[in-house]
Design a protein. Structure first.
Length: 355
């Protein structure tokens, strides 16, 4: 129900996804009359792998976190996340309010033992035509060294799982590649990551700069949420500027228009490669369940990519991989404590269902 467009985008994306991925089932969570009306409009109201769970409330894009967490307990967002906790779904995908999604997810699912804070991780295109995974992108504005250390471990487990790389490279975002540069938190984090590298736990490349993100220097770039969010928004703005500038120049005069016609194949390929919709779907890492965030203004095409990322993560057992990585490399009293209660236990997940 969330995002800028609601069911007008999420329902067509869901229909397209299940028509392409034949072992997937989607649970559509929201106001049932609205959802079913949209399904009928697309002639998919009887689709065997689409089901509907009613939720009477909707978290608005401008709702404060407190409203989503304490007042709207029957929101589509909370119901969908609860389905993951109950094991009725393996993952939740939402285009709704990011702050509310993170807060509700953390409250309902809790964090993996050993993880202090969840982090938002997404893909950014690079020159090697393969994604750079970057985290955190806004969940944690102020971080300490141990938080960035945990982000590196979670990001490594994610890339290892989804990209099939046993030891993906990890870069620590800094203002220079030299060890002497950066603030105290970055220097302390670098020391932790270097120690992990020497033990064979992580493949730590070292410090990286902003240009390394798009050069594809490392598979993963780690930073705090303040820096990550600024980088992400600046990148999106630059992408829109480049697209508009190229379009304006090609339309400037008949000769430029002829050049655009001749180069239309290359332009189309460039547009596809740089299309941000292909990289839509940020994972909320560190929770005891899979939650993926779609950009609120995405089209059905982009939202389908977010669903696909959630499906891939569930198919590759991402939560189990991250849990093992954290438990093995960051032992804490929580890890060796008695088994979790029903309130905090990880969901007994069933195959291939997404809310």
């Amino acid at each position: 129900m969330g995002g800028d467009h609601g069911p007008a985008v999420t329902i067509p994306a869901a229909i397209s996804f299940v028509n392409h991925v034949h072992d997937a089932e989607l649970i559509l969570v929201g106001q049932e009359d609205v959802v079913r009306a949209e399904l009928r409009r697309h002639k998919a109201d009887a689709h065997p792998r689409l089901s509907v769970v009613h939720a009477s409330e909707v978290v608005a894009m401008d709702d404060p976190v407190e409203t989503a967490l304490r007042r709207k307990k029957d929101s589509s967002m909370r119901v969908a996340i609860s389905l993951v906790k109950e094991g009725r779904a393996q993952a939740c995908v939402s285009a709704g309010n990011t702050g509310a999604l993170m807060a509700v997810s953390r409250y309902v699912l809790k964090t993996i033992p050993g993880v202090d804070r969840p982090a938002i991780c997404t893909l950014i295109p690079n020159q090697k035509d393969s994604p750079t995974y970057m985290l955190d992108l806004g969940a944690n504005v102020d971080c300490e060294a141990q938080h960035l250390h945990q982000f590196a471990l979670m990001g490594s487990a994610l890339v290892s799982s989804l990209e099939g790389k046993a030891k993906p490279t990890v870069g620590l975002l800094n203002i220079g590649s030299e060890d002497i540069k950066g603030n105290d938190v970055v220097k302390q984090t670098a020391a932790l990551l270097r120690a992990d590298h020497e033990k064979g736990i992580l493949n730590f490349y070292g410090n990286v700069e902003g240009n390394d993100i798009f050069a594809g220097t490392t598979d993963i770039v780690v930073c705090d949420g303040f820096v990550g969010n600024v980088v992400l928004k600046a990148s999106e703005g630059l992408g829109r500027f480049v697209k508009k500038a190229l379009t304006d120049e090609f339309k400037r005069n008949p000769l430029n228009m002829l050049g655009a016609l001749i180069a239309r194949g290359a332009i189309k390929a460039f547009s596809s490669r740089m299309n941000p919709s292909r990289y839509n779907g940020a994972s909320l890492l560190g929770l005891r369940g899979l939650v993926f965030k779609s950009h609120g203004g995405e089209s059905a095409y982009g939202y389908e990519w977010a669903i696909r990322r959630a499906y891939d993560a569930a198919s590759h057992g991402l939560i189990e991989r991250i849990s093992r990585s954290i438990a093995e490399f960051i032992p804490t009293p929580d890890v060796i404590a008695a088994p979790a209660s029903a309130e905090t236990a990880p969901a007994d997940l069933t195959p291939h269902k997404t809310a």
